[in-house]
Design a protein around this ligand. Structure first.
Ligand code: MEV
Length: 441
């Protein structure tokens, strides 16, 4: 028993790496080794593009002339279903990784993120045209559903062997002569586009023949509404206070007003959802997933009532805490595609201990709820520019030649003075260096 506890303690890792943001990339990688997130053998590959070369890129897409890089960062403080997680994010916009880490810390105060995922169902659509009686055709197809699903399974033996396969046949009437057949397939850890596109093409003539119709398009739908993720979190009001806003109840109520605004106004809801997708997409890009598919599905889902609405809902919980939920389609993949061909993607998935597609959806969803919370908290208190300017100040300090702890010292002075000119950064840096040398320039 005691041995088991010792073992459990040995594997327990923390995603709370204090002071991480102030360190150099090299020192951050060393911290990952110290905290046992990666082994000393693995750590060097995290720097640069190790293994992702022109040959690899050339095998992925067409007309390759070079490689394109993005910063890869880690969002910290994520407690997801009781487990500490590091969340890899690849993104060009400053503040997103900091925002995710900050909100994850607030959510951890309330027990972290809780996630419920649907099974990994991807849906093929087959369009049937020139149908004489849509009602009869629909009845025929539904009565033959078990046979047709077995035929689908016969087309995808490898997916069947992995535990996936055909799950349901649905028929939707689009107009007096047009039907669409939905073939819902469990595609396990694959996003499933290739699999269900083959299914759609493989089944189209059979479906057309059975209904006396003409087959039209055969393709998956990206409105993956059978493959949603629900992420919830709770933040005690005491955790919501900021340096300049010490009343947690007022901060909570400001977030609720922001939520109300998004519910009333599609112009605001779009920006609200952009804040969600900041987190979701950055995780998807780091993990080599089809973020365009998820974006398309997310916005269609947001408009499913006929009005474009926010993807998240924030409300007051029983004990006065702020409670939030994100609910959206999130079709992810950890098998095939870039997960098989891109070494950087493989490293990101390994570092984040991603166990499969649903686990990746859970992480991306948690990141989306987190970036949304951070945005609403900042917007309803000091505004987002303060955080942006703090990051800008760090960049100016680094460009002026500061490194290590000096970046933070110089940036802090620039922010206090609200002056972000490079020459001022150089002056402050020179004064600090002189002071460190005991007053001798
Ligand atoms: C900026 O990338 C995202 C925000 O505009 C989101 C929002 O307004 O909720 C800050």
């Amino acid at each position: 028993m005691a041995d088991e506890r010792v073992k459990a303690l040995q594997v327990r890792r923390t995603s709370r790496l204090s002071g991480f943001y102030r360190q150099t990339p090299e020192r951050r990688r060393a911290r990952l080794v110290e905290a046992r997130w990666v082994t000393p053998d693995e750590v060097d590959a995290l720097a640069g593009l190790a293994g992702f070369d022109e040959a690899c890129a050339d095998a992925m897409v067409e007309n390759v002339i070079g490689l394109h890089g993005l910063p890869l960062g880690l969002a910290l403080n994520f407690l997801v279903d009781g487990v500490e997680r590091l969340v890899p994010m690849a993104v060009e916009e400053p503040s997103i990784i900091a925002a995710a880490s900050l909100a994850a810390r607030l959510c951890a105060e309330g027990g972290g993120f809780t996630v419920v995922t649907d099974p990994p169902i991807t849906t093929a659509q087959v369009q049937l045209l020139d149908v004489r009686s849509v009602a009869d055709a629909r009845a025929t197809l539904l009565s033959m559903a078990p046979v047709l699903l077995a035929e689908v399974d016969a087309l995808i033996p490898a997916m069947r062997a992995r535990g996936g396969g055909a799950r349901e046949l649905e028929v939707r009437v689009l107009d007096a002569t047009t039907l669409v057949v939905h073939l819902h397939v469990d595609t396990r850890d694959a996003m499933g586009a290739n699999c269900v596109n083959s299914v759609a093409e493989g089944m189209a003539s059979r479906l057309a023949e059975l209904t006396g119709a003409r087959a039209g398009l055969k393709i998956l739908t990206n409105l993956a509404d059978r493959r949603t993720v629900r992420v919830s979190a709770r933040v005690p009001v005491a955790a919501l206070v900021t340096e300049n806003f010490q009343d947690g109840v007022a901060v909570r109520d400001g977030i609720l007003e922001a939520q109300h605004f998004a519910e009333l106004d599609p112009y605001r809801a779009v920006t609200h959802n952009k804040g969600v997708m900041n987190g979701v997409d950055a995780v998807l890009v780091a993990c080599g997933n089809d973020w365009r598919a998820v974006e398309a599905g997310a916005h269609a889902w947001a408009a499913r009532s006929g009005v474009y609405r926010p993807l998240t809902a924030w409300r007051v919980g029983g004990d006065g805490a702020l409670e939030g939920e994100l609910w959206m389609p999130l079709a992810t993949s950890t098998a095939g595609g870039a997960a098989r061909t891109h070494p950087g993607v493989q490293r990101a998935l390994k570092l984040a201990r991603v166990s499969g597609a649903l686990d990746l959806a859970a992480l991306a969803g948690a990141a989306g709820l987190a970036t949304n919370l951070s945005a609403l908290r900042a917007l309803s208190t000091e505004g987002i520019q303060r955080g942006h300017m703090a990051l800008h100040a760090r960049r100016v300090a680094a460009e002026a030649g500061a490194s290590g702890d000096l970046i933070e010292i110089v940036a802090e002075r620039l922010s206090r003075e609200r002056v972000y000119r490079p020459e001022r950064a150089r002056e402050i840096l020179a004064a600090e260096v002189a002071q460190l040398r005991g007053g001798c320039p």
